[in-house]
Write a protein that binds this ligand. Sequence first.
Ligand code: NAD
Length: 297
Amino acid sequence: MAKVGFIGLGNMGGPMAANLVKGGHQVQVFDLAEAALLAAEEAGCTRAASATEAAQGADFVISMLPADKHVESVYLGDNGLINVLGENALAIDCSTISAATARNVGLALKAKNISFIDAPVSGGVGGAKAGTLTFICGGQEADVERARDVLQHMGKNIFRAGDVGAGQVAKICNNMLLSVLMVGTSEALQLGIAHGLDAKVLSEIMSKSSGSNWTLDVYNPCPNVMDNVPSSNGYQGGFLVDLMSKDLGLAQQAALASGAATPMGALTHNLYRSWSQLGHGREDFSSIFNYVKANTK
Ligand code: NAD
């Protein structure tokens, strides 16, 4: 059993911390929101009065925070974790943030002999609840191996993409590709529908042909082609347009920093931002199907 400090108990962090308790770990938690703390207490976690208190004496500290600025301030701010973590502690940031910020935090902690890995996740809220997340880690091999002790209770697949920051790069590469596939699938389906084809029949044909891909085969964006997907549930549940838009912004930032050409990624970033600005930010990202539809004569 390990002593774990867990910071950030939102849609993802709450169920992740609960799964660590189920895995037999002692989990001390902190969040700015009272409701999140109460839910974590009900799941068997112990409440702390601050992030630093949650991390006192911990073997592992796990953070699951909204964005770069939150991660920076929790680790490196005036009352940051950097001041309390022991040399034997391993810090694991599971938030989706820029690779540059992950590297900055990692370097600052390393200067104090504190180990750090970035470990963003794929699998969404459903995966967090079921304990089936995929962790995409960046860090030294020995640190990623050590992290398995706790990550295995929250996820099924644990990958090491490279050194600190590499987990964030691999995660945004995946989500950029996913968005391109989602927009392409939506366009193909809308083109067929505009010519009178049945979306179910067209989906089956493309699934068994060279256009087959995850967004078509298991997460179809056209309502009522499949059961149990957000498109057949008013685009509720799943992965928010706003979160996809955030990840695509991180991908564009990374592309600028490296000079990599990402024309399709830039296009899907614009499409998702516009869709969000039109009031669809809280819908599942497959609702981009309706953006394509709205632009069809
Ligand atoms: P969320 O907004 O539901 O939760 C974030 C939590 O962090 C909130 O409870 C907030 O109160 C807390 N918080 C903010 N600043 C804090 C601070 N200084 N100290 C303590 N707590 C603080 O977000 P989420 O959906 O849980 O996502 C968390 C991260 O996971 C994000 O980086 C997101 O991009 C990533 N992610 C989300 C999903 C998803 O489907 N929701 C999927 C994959 C990755």
